[in-house]
Design a protein around this ligand. Structure first.
Ligand code: HEC
Ligand code: HEC
Length: 373
């Protein structure tokens, strides 16, 4: 249809009627070039997430079905510093695929050089989480989550209005938005569509090819003795009624190594529940009893995501295990499963050998998850 109008306009010029017609709705004074119309085909290809049978079913919002084109757009936006105020940082600055989409820092530092208060989180198997995003669960969906880093002054420190203007002026993005969402004009490019695309890309970031998956679920090969002993220490199923057991799977269970629940895992010794430096879940619910509770994150790729905990307080998995072995501080809302247990040097090494089994090099090296630029 558009082509037809354009060729008519050309014809008009060729025939010598090139005078500017103010009321011409399409071509104005510049035939064939309406800055606002996007020339690209819209033929989105549905994308089927490949999920192994030992995983739960993914949760894809009805108003944001995944398409090849949507994912491609989201991937570009994720890696593009155009989202930051000074074009120095992208989402990937703090979510590096090689580090299972974390940044290796204690806490993250944004474009202004200001440290945030929390440690970057792995973006892994997000498609299964229905219990809130961030350490404190304050974003209900990935779409809602993706709106926040752009305007956070400790992160990208930009505002969405500017970002959308930059995207409209860009030579590729208008066509990519059209291919992904079928819009016809640049004026239809919005932050809501941008975050839908980012969320689509994030939902593709599935990790299920670790050594643990191969050995346990695909029955290829055998665990080493250390891995086997570490597994028995990790999973409560192997506790044999012993109270002196680490019981990690109480909170980091299931094939995802998280059920996305919130706990106080005994990190801080505080006199009252109002004394936590970071209220975590309590900041979201305004419930005193939720202060100091954080989401138990997945332990998949945990060997790649140091430093650990919401504030990056532990540098190594050994330090994490030492913490759990002490059994917390007896603070009122500490979870009942935070109990002291014996941790010999051998057991520590065994648990670490087990946690190392959760590293998925296929995931971190997946070309589809890398910087597309
Ligand atoms: C300056 C570093 C930084 C930048 C830039 C950044 N993030 Fe993050 N990201 C973090 C930190 C820190 C957290 C945890 C914050 C919290 O819990 O309050 C986080 C958390 C997340 C989570 C939550 C994961 C989960 O399991 O709940 C997602 C998803 C995410 N970021 C995606 C993005 C996207 C998309 C962008 C770009 C639009 C982005 N991030 C930009 C540092 C950053
Ligand atoms: C009562 C529930 C609970 C138990 C039991 C538990 N954890 Fe955690 N774990 C959590 C929570 C909650 C967090 C996040 C805490 C925070 O950052 O404030 C966490 C964080 C971690 C982290 C850091 C993750 C990251 O991305 O920084 C590691 C590693 C970890 N746990 C390993 C273990 C191991 C190993 C065990 C068994 C020895 C264990 N956990 C037992 C709830 C638990």
């Amino acid at each position: 249809m558009k082509m037809k109008i354009c060729s008519t306009a050309l014809l008009v010029i060729l025939l010598g009627f090139s005078a500017c017609q103010e009321d011409d709705p399409i071509v104005g004074c510049d035939p064939c070039i309406d800055e606002d119309i996007i020339n690209a085909a819209y033929a989105p290809q549905p994308y089927e997430l490949e999920v192994p049978e030992w995983f739960p079913r993914p949760v894809i919002p009805e108003d944001n079905p995944m398409t090849v084109e949507g994912i491609a757009l989201g991937r570009h936006l994720f890696f593009d510093p155009i989202l930051s105020s000074d074009s120095t940082q992208s989402c990937a600055t703090c979510h590096d695929p090689q580090l299972s989409f974390t940044d290796g820092n204690k806490v993250s530092r944004g474009v202004l050089g200001i440290d945030g208060r929390r440690s970057s989180m792995a973006i892994v198997n997000m498609a299964f989480n229905t219990k809130g995003f961030f350490w404190d669960g304050r974003a209900a969906t990935l779409e809602a989550q993706a709106l926040l880093p752009v305007e956070d002054h400790t992160e990208l420190n930009e505002n969405w209005e500017n970002v959308v203007e930059k995207l409209k002026r860009h030579k590729e993005y208008p066509a990519m938005f059209r291919q992904a969402f079928g819009i016809e004009k640049k004026s239809e490019m919005t932050k809501e569509l941008a975050v839908k695309a980012i969320a689509q890309f994030e939902r593709t970031l599935l990790s299920y090819r670790s050594r643990f998956d191969q050995v346990v679920w695909e029955q290829q090969g055998w665990p080493t003795d250390a891995e086997q002993r570490g597994r028995d220490l990790f999973f409560v199923e192997f506790a044999n009624n012993s109270l002196d057991h680490p019981g990690c799977s109480h909170c980091h269970g299931s094939a995802l190594f998280t059920e996305n629940n919130y706990f106080n895992n005994g990190l801080d010794s505080v006199a009252t529940l109002s004394d936590f430096a970071d209220y975590g879940l309590g900041e979201v619910t305004n419930n005193l009893y939720d202060n100091g509770k954080f989401r138990a994150p997945t332990l998949r790729n945990i060997a790649l995501t140091a430093p650990y905990m919401h504030d990056g307080r532990f540098n190594t998995l050994g330090e994490v295990l030492d913490h759990y072995a002490t059994g917390g501080h007896g603070v009122a809302n500490e979870d009942a499963n935070i109990q002291p247990f014996t941790l010999t040097e051998q057991q520590k090494q065994d648990l670490i050998a087990f946690l190392n089994m959760l590293t998925d090099t296929t995931f971190v090296n997946n070309p589809a998850f890398r910087n597309p630029f």
